[in-house]
Design a binder for this molecule. Sequence first.
Ligand SMILES: C[S@@+](CC[C@H](N)C(=O)[O-])C[C@H]1O[C@@H](n2cnc3c(N)ncnc32)[C@H](O)[C@@H]1O
Length: 392
Amino acid sequence: MTPAARVQAAIELLDVIIPAARGKGAPADRIIAEYFRARRYAGSKDRRAVRDLVYHAIRLCGPVPVNGRAAMLAVAAQDESIAALFDGSPHGPAPRTEDDPVAKTGLAPKWLAAALRTSGLGGPEMAALMGRAPLDIRVNALKADRATIALPETGEPLAAPQGLRFASGTQVEQWDVYTQGLIEVQDHGSQLIIEALPVAAGDTIIDLCAGAGGKTLALAARLGNAASIIAADTDKRRLGNLAPRAERAGAQIDHVLLLDPTREMRALGNWAGKADHVLVDAPCSGSGTWRRSPEGRWRLDPAELKRLNALQDHVLDIGSYLVRPGGTLVFVTCSVLDAEGTERIAAFLARHPGWQAEPLAFPLGRARGQGWRLDPFHDSTDGFFVAGLRSP
Ligand SMILES: C[S@@+](CC[C@H](N)C(=O)[O-])C[C@H]1O[C@@H](n2cnc3c(N)ncnc32)[C@H](O)[C@@H]1O
């Protein structure tokens, strides 16, 4: 592909990514993968170059651009070498005209930037949300140990006991140790959250929003398969990935429960008031993971945030029905917005008299309201809010 054809490909991709984000459709990563699956002629250098252009444009444009061309023209406005490629050459973008719209640059749509500010994020913290995330792995303590595992590259040891950091884009999925279940890809923040849970061998622990089991597997590894772990979720596709992953990792998950949304207790009834701990890794905006999916900020609007808040309150309430007297409920979101953090905990405590906030111990991060926050700027992790709650 010529450099101009790469710019045109980025425009075409952005033309799919922008409406998908607006309509809460497929993530950019999946759209890019599908685009190249249908264009086998594109070599790996072309793919990387187009992908970089697309992500550069997404990171640059805070408000949702009208189309891909407007987004790439915003890139061109800052980079003469890209501007020169709008030359009308075969397979390249048409030359720029006077009335061509150019997308606005910035961190996020105005309302969202304001919400980030009132959540205590200053300029550098906000900018770090748009940085490039490194590649963190967790050595699976059920099969290996960080001190002795042989890896194709040397990683930087992290504060989490089995965490190692590699450069962004390291293809660990191609390593034998990955296919053999000796390592998992997991952000350092997620690893620290599992380390901070007040759990012990012999406990009954429900991972209420287990998804594909990222935290469930870390929990089983931390406790050496010596706890009774129940993984539940409403998403059949995500939950379907959990069993094969657990098998590969040698993790023992006692029950995997597909929940009916709004009728969750039908499947969970046996555990009402019995769990020692419930982890609620709630659905959220993902504002703490924009380093990986920067188009996430185009997906969000005030109505969507309200919908997520209601769902977060709902899953917290379900979690509270499951915890035994004196047990703990831990609320997690991968968000730095107070609306998905400290405000949810304040609302929970108001709805559930007798429950108390329970401090959790972290080597990184800082207190935020009745909980704890990790963020890319201070902690080099994804952004997370975590809070412990103790049942009366
Ligand atoms: C942040 S993701 C979980 C990520 C997962 N714990 C991990 O570490 O990979 C939130 C999950 O909540 C699930 N969810 C949404 N509504 C739910 C509900 N009512 N009950 C249980 N899970 C729900 C979603 O399907 C999604 O998988």
